[in-house]
Design a protein around this ligand. Sequence first.
Ligand code: ATP
Ligand code: ATP
Ligand code: MG
Ligand code: MG
Ligand code: MG
Ligand code: MG
Length: 270
Amino acid sequence: MAVSRFAYVRNFELPDPLLPGTFIVVRLDGQSFHRFSEVHAFAKPNDERALRLLDHAATDLMDQFSDIVLAFGESDEYSFLLRKSASLFNRREAKILSTLTSHFTASVVFRWSTYFGNTPLQYPPTFDGRIILYPSIREVRDYFSWRQADTHVNNLYNTVFWALVQQGGQSTSEAHATLKGTQSKDKHELLFSRFNINYNSIDARFRKGSVLVRDSQPASTTDASDAAPSVPTDAAISKKSKAKIKPAVVVLHCDIIKDEFWDGRPDILA
Ligand code: ATP
Ligand code: ATP
Ligand code: MG
Ligand code: MG
Ligand code: MG
Ligand code: MG
């Protein structure tokens, strides 16, 4: 069979390179996770198992793709920042987006039981994905500030909403009505006066979301103190040098709106 006779169809596949020298942001978001969270009986307002599961899937991505220098997760979404010099898949848009989306989705399914134990997965979760290019540091900083501000606004609302429902005995529509037109200050006040909850004492994971970076610390001191023999074994040496070459991804729940986070990690925006 003459393959060449048919091969011209390949020419219909158009190149889709992403503009060079720009920051690449990939945002993934769970498809209909409002329903997914109900079907799988997520704790409200925040199911920690689900958040940790997504953190793990995002860590898998950072372990796999060294061009990802930062990730931020909240609710059913994760954003990934690729350095502006990233050469992953020759910057082919469809290849990057489809591979990251399916890798993340597959990790969520693969690791489900680690976080949900015997709770069965009722149907395959899916994620949509998009790529946004940013020309300068300013937009990248503002992008991540936007997502963390969103985390805060949603979490404050959801925390009061579910307190009204779970502890205040309101129906969901009553709780929405109670919160209609309230400012942030009113929500803090309501939480404290009616439910004795100080919003700022709520787990930072819920208030700040998850921030994934590569740990820039050299081989940890725990490793050294654990190594009882004074002459390290080959295995220990190779473990250590590997740890230096490939720093571990760490999950933080810190502020990324102010300068401090970025000033301490100049490599992220290099
Ligand atoms: P779409 O397909 O348009 O994204 P969606 O139902 O996924 O629709 P989102 O705006 O993405 O809507 O919101 C995700 C919803 O999933 C939240 O509003 C919340 O109800 C639920 N959810 C996601 N993660 C958690 C979690 N860790 N704990 C509790 N609920 C969660
Ligand atoms: P890429 O990531 O570039 O697609 P690849 O390794 O997936 O790399 P493909 O050109 O897609 O390369 O080829 C898929 C390969 O997977 C085949 O060459 C074959 O070795 C293997 N493979 C896939 N499906 C089967 C199958 N059903 N039985 C045996 N081997 C298979
Ligand atoms: Mg959406
Ligand atoms: Mg969603
Ligand atoms: Mg969402
Ligand atoms: Mg293949």
